[in-house]
Each structure stands twice: as structure tokens, then as C-alpha cells.
Ligand binder design. Structure first.
Ligand SMILES: Cc1cc2nc3c(=O)[nH]c(=O)nc-3n(C[C@H](O)[C@H](O)[C@H](O)COP(=O)(O)OP(=O)(O)OC[C@H]3O[C@@H](n4cnc5c(N)ncnc54)[C@H](O)[C@@H]3O)c2cc1C
Length: 370
């Protein structure tokens, strides 16, 4: 079987990697649009703290995504891919008001009953919180989640593609389109030639509707712009700092190279407006410095822009398209795609290679035409 994957963000990279592990012939085609979400995503993997409630199917997938990370990382390391920017650095939930923190704690304690990987979640004092995340404002009590992690999605997705290629996949850049021929999806390259495939997997992020709508599908996913600020604290060892998750405000996380990241705007109806705006920068830095005044003297390195593939519903769209032969879609990961993406990619690879959808994908299938 020959499988063509359109789009190599975290999701397409994961489908490719898991298919290649199964010995399937894979071709990956990616245009690398400006604003590819995986290149801008923060990288927090701590689903148990989400304030979203009443979405059990979505939350189940989100939590499964975090659980799968241990296997993913060890599988890649086993293939020599060790530079993934992954660290189980923990996470701190903070809130302006004690009542809000109490609520967050009750929610967390309920959820981690089924998630031992979250570790021994506990309340810590403001002094302990500042020991873990020194720029934090004084006087903020926190909930500590030892199992929280962060990942550099640029490194991780590149590693998955590299590993797939090492196992025989091919990867190249191009802009492709789809057309229907005798009820089957056919992929056409920018040179106008069709590309041979038994199965096509569309993992094209916020651009997926541009490929799918011409087939008569109404694909309800579009871009939600995120602006995210990267700072450097010269000479400071930030690599073990936990992710900072304030309830209802902007988060922070840190990487090894004295880098602290503050995210992010969530701009609906943004279109593909690839610009850092004054309001975006102001919003993110304002919230970040209010929470962590110790960052005031940090160097501003860059502001990244990413277009989250945001659906009309929080639930991703993962599965075979009914009524069109050889077409599978993986899309709509929204604001949690770096957590869900690797696991969802593994499930899609099982669906494509084995012909049957794993139960984890129940309820996520795309709609057909008309
Ligand atoms: C600012 C920000 C912060 C985030 N933080 C987090 C976080 O902390 N934790 C978390 O879990 N998630 C986070 N996310 C969400 C996560 O980044 C996204 O959900 C995820 O990266 C989406 O991955 P994807 O593979 O679906 O799409 P993308 O990464 O956007 O990849 C899609 C690819 O498809 C290609 N493509 C599209 N059309 C075509 C075509 N016609 N031909 C060829 N190629 C094509 C594009 O060029 C692109 O390279 C964040 C997102 C943003 C923007």
C-alpha cells in the first residue's frame, strides 16, 4: 500500500512516523505555509489542568495524548532521535483568587484519578512556587503537577519525519490539490501531474478546507491566529522551570537555552494575517509581566505567529471520509494539537494500515459530501 500524507505538522509527521514503523510505503508532501501551527506552538503537555468541562470525548483524547508521550519519546530515542526538546518539568496552576484555585484543584483531583502519569498533584506555598519559577509574582499559591511536560514541537515533528524517512518514507515540499475521479480522491502536484496513492491522508492544518471543499465537502475548520512571545534571560538556567498555567490568563513555559515563552493570543476570524500586531504583543507581554514581573529585564527574541486549525466544535476531525474512496482526514486539533497530535497520528496510522478504526477515534469521524 502507498500512502500520501498532505501536511507535515505534528499530526502528519506522526501519521508518517507510525505508518513507516508498520512498514507502509509513505510519501509526505508539505508546503510549509507561513504560520504553520506546529512551528509556533508553545509545547505544553498538561491536559489535566484545562478549565474546559462538559467535553468528555475531547478530554479523553487530550488525556490519552499526554499519556502516549512516554511511549512516543522512548520509541524515537530508540531510533537515535534524542534532540526533542522534551522535558517532564512539571506544571504550576496559579490563580488570582483563592476560590478559583480551589475550584481548579477540585477539578484536577477528580481528573488525575485516571491519570497516574500526572504524578502527586499538591498545593504549594508562594515561596515554593517562586523557587520553581523565580520570576513569578510574590504571594501566589500554586498547585504543582509533577507530570506536566513541555516539548519543542519543531524538533519533535522534524524528528518524526526524519525517522519515517530513515525507515523508507520520502518527504518533499510542494503545494498539492485534490480532485475526484470515479468516486476516489486523487492528489495533484503543482506541476499538474497526479501523484500515485492508494490512500491519501489530509493533515493540512488550518488550510485543510482549501483542499477538501473543492471535493464537495464542507470542512468546518479555519485559522485561529496565535501570537506568542519568546524572551531570553541571559545566563539563567531555565531548562527545568515548570510550565506556568494561570487559570483564565496567559501561560508561560521555559526551554534549555535561557528561553521563556509567553503565550498567546487567540484571534478568531483572523484569516491568514501573518503579522505581529501592536495589540497582540501588548496583550501577551502585559499579561506575562503582570504574572511574572521578574521577566521585565529579559531580552525580546522573537514573536511567532501560528494558525491553529480551529473547528466549529472543540473536537478534532479524525477518520475516513464517507463516500469518497481512499481519503482520510486528520484536522481541527485547535489549541491542544501538540498534546493530541502524536497519539491521534498513531490512531490514524492504525486506521489506514489495518483498515479498522481504533476505538479511540469513535465519535471523531468526518462528515461526507452534501
Ligand atoms: C501560539 C500557539 C500555541 C500553541 N500551544 C500549544 C500547546 O502549548 N500545547 C498544545 O497541545 N498545542 C498547542 N498549540 C496547538 C498546536 O500547535 C496545533 O494544534 C498543531 O500544531 C496543529 O498541527 P497540524 O499538524 O494539524 O497543523 P500544522 O502544524 O499547521 O501543519 C499543517 C501543514 O500542512 C501544510 N499544508 C496545508 N495545505 C497544503 C497543501 N495544499 N499542500 C501541501 N501542504 C499543505 C501546511 O503548509 C503545514 O505545514 C498551539 C498553537 C499555537 C498557534
Amino acid at each position: 500500500m502507498r500512502v500520501l500524507i498532505i501536511g507535515a505538522g505534528i499530526l502528519g509527521a506522526s501519521v508518517a512516523y507510525h505508518l513507516a514503523r508498520k512498514g507502509v510505503e509513505v510519501e509526505i508532501i508539505d508546503e510549509e505555509h507561513q504560520g504553520k501551527a506546529t512551528l509556533a506552538g508553545a509545547g505544553i503537555v498538561a491536559p489535566w489542568a484545562t478549565a474546559v468541562e462538559g467535553q468528555p470525548e475531547w478530554y479523553g483524547l487530550y488525556a490519552a495524548g499526554a499519556r502516549y508521550y512516554a511511549d512516543l519519546i522512548s520509541g524515537l530515542e530508540g531510533l537515535g532521535e534524542t534532540n526533542l526538546g522534551y522535558g517532564k518539568v512539571g506544571a504550576l496552576v496559579v490563580a488570582e483568587e483563592k476560590g478559583v484555585l480551589d475550584e481548579a484543584e477540585a477539578r484536577l483531583l477528580r481528573r488525575i484519578k485516571d491519570a497516574p502519569e500526572a504524578g502527586d498533584v499538591r498545593r504549594i506555598s508562594p515561596a515554593e512556587a517562586r523557587e520553581l519559577f523565580p520570576p513569578l509574582r510574590e504571594g501566589m499559591e500554586a498547585i504543582y503537577i509533577p507530570g506536566g511536560a513541555r516539548v519543542d514541537a519543531r524538533l519533535l515533528s522534524a524528528a518524526m519525519v526524519r525517522a519515517a524517512v530513515a525507515m523508507g518514507a520520502t518527504a518533499r515540499n510542494d503545494h498539492v490539490t485534490l480532485r475526484l475521479q470515479d468516486g476516489k480522491a486523487v492528489c495533484v502536484g503543482s506541476d499538474g501531474r497526479s501523484i500515485r496513492a492508494d490512500e491519501i491522508v489530509v493533515t493540512a492544518g488550518a488550510w485543510a478546507a482549501q483542499i477538501l471543499n473543492p471535493l464537495g465537502l464542507t470542512h468546518p475548520v479555519g485559522p485561529q491566529k496565535g501570537q506568542i512571545v519568546h524572551l531570553r534571560l541571559p545566563g539563567v538556567a531555565t531548562g527545568k522551570w515548570p510550565c506556568l498555567l494561570p487559570v483564565g490568563s496567559h501561560y508561560m513555559l521555559a526551554f534549555d537555552d535561557s528561553r521563556v515563552v509567553i503565550g498567546a493570543t487567540r484571534e478568531d476570524n483572523s484569516g491568514f494575517d501573518y503579522r505581529v500586531t501592536a495589540a497582540g504583543e501588548h496583550e501577551v507581554l502585559g499579561a506575562g509581566l503582570a504574572l511574572a514581573p521578574g521577566l521585565a529585564s529579559a531580552t525580546h527574541i522573537e514573536t511567532r505567529i501560528g494558525f491553529r486549525p480551529a473547528g466549529s466544535d472543540i473536537k478534532p476531525i479524525l477518520g475516513r471520509v464517507p463516500g469518497i474512496g481512499g481519503l482520510t482526514v486528520g484536522n481541527g486539533l485547535g489549541a491542544s494539537g501538540l498534546t493530541i497530535g502524536p497519539f491521534a497520528g498513531k490512531c490514524l496510522a492504525e486506521l489506514v494500515a489495518d483498515g479498522a478504526a481504533p476505538t479511540a477515534l469513535d465519535g471523531f469521524g468526518p462528515k461526507g459530501r452534501g
